[in-house]
Write a protein of this length. Structure first.
Lengths: 404, 233, 270
């Protein structure tokens, strides 16, 4: 008898430890992912800058400060060869090949400075400009020998500094890794998500309501239920093919637009919301419905005043799951063409755009060393976006959760 | 209504049976008391008469027991319909049987007074009257236990004979007393004995009405009465 | 708050008649698919007396109760034959609006089921959706009146914004009664309203029923025969879907005419 008890305790302990080990393993994987991403990607948020003195007065720049105060400012700025001025100044300061130390997009910063304070054209100014990709990787101790040498030399002279790379968050895709930014893809993701949720949520919830509350129970509704369950499991690339065939080839919607991406992902997310919605509605106890009917509520009032508010937490959970999946989808969006090089953030849902996962995919293909850390940085941004979205949904769910 | 089918809660049936048992026992004691009292009267057996007086205490005790059981039954079992009527009837019947026993005791008490004195008179009617009333008591209590309303109704009919007996004895004794003033004491006692027997018969009829109500829920229609001795004067 | 004294109340007539007649049912049959749950039941219900339905489990009393406010409509496969009239109108006619019917014939269920809203909103929901009050003040009045009639006002008047589900079982059931009263019904149907409650809460519900008597026609389904005896003036005994006997409560419980009724109430059934 005692042996039995001992064996039982031993079995329970074993089981407990197994469970713990499983959790530890899962946490381990997660930690590994986060740590490796962070270690590789955090560098992408750091920008190496070099000090450059530009003597505008002594340069070849033809720019009259007076014109910058009027309407012709933009035209004047565009006409002036600020890029050349910066390159010349770099050559002068750093010696031959010095232009290679400064980023190709550095002149944009100078232009911004001039636009804000036209007085700088009068004399000499010290700028902290972003360095080139090769220099940047050398600064992060991973570059080729000549850049390493140049970096060492400049660093010793105190001409190097580090700062947060705001342009990464504010800019869009570019060929130069130091100029590249994630905002374009982020905005594209946001617009796509908006379209997706704007379509999938109402259609999904209303379908769930109809199927649970109004539809008769017969062979047809059984068939619909089976179909929806299967749809939720269909590989996402097939939705991409569907999007290509219908939205692009038949309906001729603008290619690579958030609208099309949103439509495709909505098709994919809707079954998930319908299934979660049905389960949530099923779990509302019939006593609440009876009580509402007993007081003389119509069917519509019962559903919207009582059933849906109680089912909302479950529906929101399903929506979180669906949206998280949609956010990370790459294959279907590739199929509908959201893979192009988009240099400016989209201004509307019918503009060409790209999304974060696709951007990550494209960057990971790039050859330049600088893109490695940018890719990981983009992954970090994607994870943060995901967390934020989930956090919002969980907050909403808890707000609507009622005790009964 | 049918008495046969059992309650789902068997203990309820046991309680009812126990109550019926108490009532039956009381009936048996009452019958015995009447018989013994009349026998001791006929045989002038003082010892037997004394025993009858003593045994009456047992009847009183049983009445208290019946009352206790009925109150318990109502409180604990919440009887309805025929069960309720039967319980209430049992309570009332216990009281009536106890009074019957008191009448028998009263008869027995007169035995010493009748022992002294002269010869017995032709009172062959008295034993016969006693026999009928004893039978009535026996039958009516059987009817209660069996919930037999017809048996109860028949008991009522026999009371007519008892009343007639009483009237005859009354006239006979009056005549006797007018003829022989010496016998007035004796005759008066005998008159009271006859009266007691007649009252026992009436009580048996009362019990029959209660049994009828318990069984059917309706009242027994006016029972047939013998000539009212007061009215016929 | 006077308790109705059953010994002094004159016995109820066997059938509701004339002005008092509220609901008349004739030849009602209810089928769930192929199974017949209620067989040819005819009875009348009046406002002046509380009517109780008693009978063993599965005898059809709850099913019949639910036909009176068409709650069986929500059950797939339920079919009703026969005629049920509320104030003379056939409630199963196509012209009858079910929503309006259920406002006129309210229902209280076995397990208290307040909405997961505040106490105020629970009671105010009915009047709101039926447009019975325009403005906050009239609505406040209706809520207070209903809670007073349900005997709950003093206990909750300071906490109307608390959730209805935070109350005790007995209070929840009285809240459900207040909710039913708030829409000013003509009939209140109660399906074993006290079976989930402790004896004190049960007594309060029974007292409440006494007070509501006469203002609303009340029909109560109960398993508990003593409760039916205490609370009602007319009792209907159902068995295997049929109406076996229907008459005054004191007559049914002291001298029922049908042997099956007697068997059931004395506990000889089965």
């Amino acid at each position: 008898m005692r042996a039995r008890i001992r064996r039982r305790y031993a079995a329970e302990r074993r089981f407990k430890w197994l469970g713990f080990a499983a959790v530890a393993l899962s946490v381990g994987f997660l930690a590994f992912l986060l740590v490796s991403m962070a270690s590789r990607g955090l560098g992408g948020f750091v920008e190496t800058r070099v000090k450059l003195n530009i003597d505008f007065a002594a340069s070849d720049l033809f720019l009259d400060p007076a014109t910058l105060k009027g309407e012709g400012a933009e035209a004047a700025l565009a006409a002036a060869d600020i890029e050349g001025t910066v390159a010349a100044a770099a050559e002068k300061q750093f010696g031959p090949g010095g232009a290679a130390i400064v980023s190709e997009a550095a002149w944009l910063r100078v232009r911004e400075a001039i636009r804000e304070k036209p007085e700088t054209l009068a004399g000499k100014t010290e700028f902290w400009l972003p360095s080139s990709s090769a220099f940047d990787t050398a600064a992060k101790s991973d570059g080729d020998p000549p850049s390493e040498a140049a970096y060492a030399k400049l660093n010793a002279a105190g001409g190097v500094s580090r700062g947060f790379n705001w342009s990464f968050l504010g800019g869009s895709d570019a060929t130069d890794p130091t100029a590249v930014g994630i905002w374009g893809a982020l905005k594209g993701s946001l617009l796509t998500m908006l379209v997706t949720i704007g379509l999938a949520f109402p259609i999904g919830v209303l379908s769930a309501v109809y199927l649970e509350e109004y539809a008769p129970r017969n062979r047809w509704t059984d068939l619909i239920e089976v179909s929806i369950n299967n749809l939720a499991a269909v590989p996402s690339i097939i939705f991409g093919l569907l999007g290509l065939a219908v939205f692009l080839n038949v309906m001729h919607l603008p290619r690579s637009a958030s609208l099309v991406g949103g439509l495709t992902l909505a098709l994919m997310t809707m079954p998930v919301i319908v299934i979660a919605g049905r389960n949530a509605i099923k779990s509302v106890p019939p006593s609440i419905r009876d009580a509402a009917l007993g007081v003389g509520a119509s069917k519509v009032q019962v559903v919207f005043h009582h059933v849906l508010p109680l089912a909302l937490p479950g529906i929101l959970t399903g929506t979180i799951i669906g949206m998280a999946r949609a956010l990370g989808e790459t294959a279907p969006l590739l199929m509908i063409g959201m893979r192009a090089f988009i240099a400016t953030p989209p201004s509307g849902i019918s503009e060409p755009a790209t999304v974060l996962p696709v951007q990550i995919f494209l960057w990971s293909d790039e050859v330049s060393r600088g893109f490695v850390e940018k890719t990981s940085a983009a992954i970090i941004v994607l994870l943060v976006f995901l967390l934020a979205m989930n956090g919002l949904a969980i907050y909403l769910r808890n707000k609507f959760e009622r005790r009964w | 209504m049918h008495p046969g089918s059992a309650h789902t809660v068997k203990a309820f049936d046991e309680d009812l049976n126990q109550l019926r048992g108490v009532i039956s026992e009381m009936g048996g004691l009452a019958e015995q008391a009447i018989r013994e009292a009349m026998r001791s009267l006929a045989q002038r057996d003082l010892e037997a008469a004394r025993r009858v007086v003593e045994e009456d205490a047992r009847l009183d005790a049983l009445e208290a027991e019946a009352e206790r059981q009925v109150v318990q039954l109502i409180a604990l079992r919440a009887p309805m319909a025929d069960d309720l009527r039967e319980a209430i009837a049992a309570l009332k019947i216990a009281g009536v049987v106890e009074r019957i026993g008191d009448y028998a005791k009263n008869i027995a008490k007169r035995v010493p007074a009748l022992e002294r004195g002269g010869s017995t008179e032709p009172l062959s009617l008295l034993p016969e009257m006693a026999r009928i009333t004893t039978e009535m008591v026996h039958d009516v209590l059987d009817a209660f236990v069996e919930r037999d309303k017809d048996k109860a109704a028949r008991v009522c009919e026999r009371d007519r004979a008892v009343d007639d007996f009483y009237n005859s004895i009354f006239r006979a004794l009056l005549t006797f007393m007018m003829e022989d003033p010496q016998s007035i004491t004796r005759s008066t006692h005998l008159l009271f004995v006859a009266k007691n027997l007649e009252r026992i018969g009436d009580h048996a009829t009362n019990i029959a009405e209660m049994v009828y109500f318990a069984a059917t829920g309706d009242r027994l229609t006016e029972r047939p009465r013998g000539n009212d001795p007061v009215a016929s004067q | 708050m006077t308790q109705v004294n059953p010994l002094q109340t004159p016995p109820a007539p066997d059938h509701a008649a004339g002005d008092d007649l509220k609901i008349r049912a004739k030849g009602v049959n209810v089928f769930y698919g192929d199974k017949q749950a209620v067989k040819d039941v005819s009875l009348d219900i009046g406002t002046e007396h509380v009517t109780a339905f008693i009978g063993p489990s599965g005898c059809g009393k709850s099913t019949f109760l639910r036909t009176l406010n068409r709650m069986n409509d929500t059950i797939a496969g339920a079919r009703i034959e026969g005629r049920i009239e509320l104030d003379g109108e056939d409630i199963y006619a196509p012209a009858m609006d079910v929503v309006q019917l259920r406002a006129r014939v309210g229902m209280v269920f076995q397990k208290p089921n307040p909405f997961p809203k505040s106490i105020y909103d629970n009671v105010a929901y009915g009047p709101r959706i039926h447009g019975l009050a325009r403005g906050k003040a009239p609505l406040d009045e209706i809520v207070e009146k209903s809670l007073r009639r349900a005997g709950l006002w003093d206990e909750v008047k300071d906490r109307l914004s608390e959730s209805g589900t935070a109350l005790s079982g007995g209070q929840q059931q009285r809240l459900c009664i207040a909710r039913a009263i708030a829409v000013d019904p003509e009939v209140i149907l109660m399906d074993e309203p006290a079976s989930a409650l402790d004896p004190i809460a049960t007594a309060k519900i029974e007292e409440l029923i006494h007070e509501l008597r006469g203002r609303y026609a009340i029909v109560i389904v109960t398993h508990n025969m003593q409760q039916a005896a205490r609370v009602s003036q007319r009792t209907a005994f159902f068995h295997l879907g049929e109406l076996v006997e229907y008459g005054g409560t004191s007559q049914i419980f002291t001298n029922p005419r049908v042997p099956r009724t007697q068997d059931y109430i004395t506990g000889r059934y089965g």
